[in-house]
Ligand binder design. Structure first.
Ligand code: SAM
Length: 270
């Protein structure tokens, strides 16, 4: 028999209604209430699986107030399942405040494995290294986008982005990283699912000014420029009186090379 918990974090499909586990359905049926973002969205899923458990909304604007309500229900012996509109709660979705508060009160919590856009994407996109940096939604401001992209030159950088902003974001990526290789996942698990792995220019051309649907994107690390080349440049800059920090700023803007790495190289040459 499976161990029982007071709060279950339950992933729901990210597009294809069938992407829900048998255990998730069982838990959603057996708990006393379901805490969800938008009751209408979750109700469609519940209807599909003939789940009659009552839903209560919580979202990023009322999460704090709702904590007390859910806490009291648990103290009264009720079991709760937490879901979001789609995918895994807490992955760019609310739930963190609620869980933090309930854990403080000794409530037993577990999460079920299940659908999530970033893992669905990353498990079908080939990478040289296992390591990746998932930052959730990429910031909106151009300056912040540039900073994040520059800081992650040597990493597989993965982010969520809205369809109305992605083409502009790709243009910013191109301005900072040149014609770097990217992977773009669109409408995963849905009818028009596609993955494009190509240079940023080719992806921009392909969508020709318009892209629809839900998107997750990976920027591949740039091919490594030889350390010796950078060391040589640092030595020249230092001979002119530039500090490690200046070397990092100047060279990272000229070469596809991590600012931190240049800074550390410059320090090691002090
Ligand atoms: N909790 C969700 C998860 O587990 O992935 C993420 C929720 S976040 C509010 C929504 C964003 O996730 C979308 O804007 C999109 O970037 C990404 N996303 C969700 N479903 C997707 C799908 N089917 N295909 C591609 N990206 C998706």
């Amino acid at each position: 028999m499976a161990r029982e918990f007071q709060l279950y974090i339950v992933p729901t499909p990210i597009g294809n209604l069938k992407d829900i586990t048998l255990r998730a359905i069982e838990v959603l049926k057996s708990v006393d209430i379901i805490a969800c973002e938008d009751t209408r969205t979750t109700q469609k899923l519940l209807n599909h699986y003939e789940i009659t458990t009552k839903c209560y909304s919580y979202h990023k604007y009322n999460e704090k107030e709702r904590v007390k309500f859910f806490k009291n229900l648990i103290l009264a012996g009720k079991k709760i399942a937490l879901v979001s509109d789609a995918g895994t709660p807490l992955i760019c979705d609310p739930g963190a405040i609620l869980i933090e508060e309930l854990i403080k009160d000794g409530v037993s919590v577990t999460s079920l494995p299940g659908a999530c856009a970033v893992t669905t994407f990353i498990s079908q996109v080939p990478r040289v290294s296992e390591e990746f940096n998932f930052i959730g939604f990429i910031p909106r401001s151009g300056e912040q986008i540039k900073k994040i992209i520059s800081d992650n030159i040597d990493k597989n950088l993965i982010f969520y982005e809205a369809p109305e902003r992605i083409l502009n974001t790709l243009k910013i990526i191109k301005s900072v990283r040149g014609d770097v290789k990217i992977a773009l996942g669109r409408e995963l698990s849905k009818l028009f699912e596609e993955i494009n792995i190509d240079t940023v220019s080719n992806v921009l051309n392909r969508y020709n000014g318009e892209i629809k649907g839900e998107i997750v994107c990976l920027i591949y690390p740039s091919d490594n420029i030889d350390d010796d080349v950078i060391v040589d440049k640092i030595i020249k800059l230092k001979s002119k009186g530039y500090k490690p920090k200046d070397c990092a700023v100047i060279l990272s803007s000229l070469y596809d090379y991590s600012k931190n790495k240049i800074y550390n190289l410059a320090l090691s040459l002090e």
